[in-house]
Design a binder for this molecule. Structure first.
Ligand SMILES: Nc1ncnc2c1ncn2[C@@H]1O[C@H](COP(=O)(O)OP(=O)(O)O)[C@@H](O)[C@H]1O
Ligand SMILES: [Mg+2]
Length: 253
């Protein structure tokens, strides 16, 4: 039975998509069966993994009940993907029925026994899509930049998580915060780590020991539609993501 993990933070540009792709590829390299669900209408994860987004069933059709989950999975070199496209942005207005928070959970339950891990990349918003991701998930991983603006919006994120726990998914757990584009050697970064620890307390979680360094190879790999383990295995950021995967596995995830 797959563990389902959402990678989430309502801020854009913090490394959600990068982290989703990297840990998915990392788990796959360890021999696990991995599916990624792109739940962001901007479809960055779909693009960076080389998935089709047009003229194929996407997560939008799945949520609408117009396509079967099993037939919408694209088997790609790095991992399996359910892609998204811009149509997904209409979902907030289109889905008004009771139970709409549970659509993704229901659709993923059909393929749960075919995978060890299902990772969900979420949009930079606390929308019905994010609520669907949290409702379907066992764990949330929060990528965060080590900057002073990271504090803003944490209260809303915390409130959304609490509401999902109360009404939709009592077993949901925030597994941890991963600091991305982090340079441990600057004094500023170290100070911000203190701030991040306060945020972790607010969310009743902790900061992962593994932090992810900045590297241009990350964007190059995405542009070339390859995962970083293939594109640049010896890169510092690649090794950091491998450490994160090992840390997660050690935690029993
Ligand atoms: N460790 C890193 N080093 C350098 N660039 C990174 C790193 N992580 C992410 N990026 C880049 O930062 C941008 C935002 O990352 P992304 O994963 O798309 O964030 P989000 O999904 O939260 O919006 C992308 O251009 C990505 O290539
Ligand atoms: Mg993204």
């Amino acid at each position: 039975m797959a563990k389902i993990i959402s990678i989430s933070n309502q801020k854009g540009g913090v490394g959600k998509t990068t982290t989703t792709g990297a840990i998915a590829a990392g788990y796959k390299s360890q021999g696990y069966r991995v599916l990624c669900v792109d739940l962001d209408p901007q479809s960055n994860l779909s693009f960076s993994s080389g998935a089709e987004t047009e003229d194929c069933p996407t997560i939008y059709e799945i949520l609408k009940g117009e396509a079967k989950t099993t037939f919408s999975i694209q088997k790609l070199p790095s991992y399996d993907v359910i892609s998204s496209n811009i149509l997904l942005s209409g979902i907030e207005l289109e889905f008004t029925q009771t139970g709409r928070e549970f659509l993704l959970k229901e659709q993923l339950s059909v393929v749960k026994d075919k995978y060890d891990y299902i990772f969900i990349d979420t949009p930079p918003a606390l929308s019905i899509l994010t609520v669907n991701a949290f409702t379907a998930s066992d764990y949330i991983i929060i990528p965060m930049l080590a900057d002073i603006f990271s504090l803003q919006g944490i209260a809303q994120l915390s409130e959304t998580i609490e509401r999902v726990k109360k009404y939709c998914n009592p077993n949901l757990k925030v597994e941890g915060i991963v600091l991305t584009k982090f340079n441990p050697r600057t004094i500023l970064s170290r100070e911000i780590k203190g701030t991040a620890e306060l945020i972790a307390q607010q969310l009743d979680t902790s900061i992962f020991k593994s932090t992810i360094r900045s590297s241009v190879s990350i964007m190059e790999a995405q542009t070339n539609q390859q995962d970083i383990f293939n594109y640049s295995p010896k890169n510092p950021a690649t090794m950091d993501y491998m450490d994160l995967v090992k840390e997660l596995i050690e935690r029993g995830i």
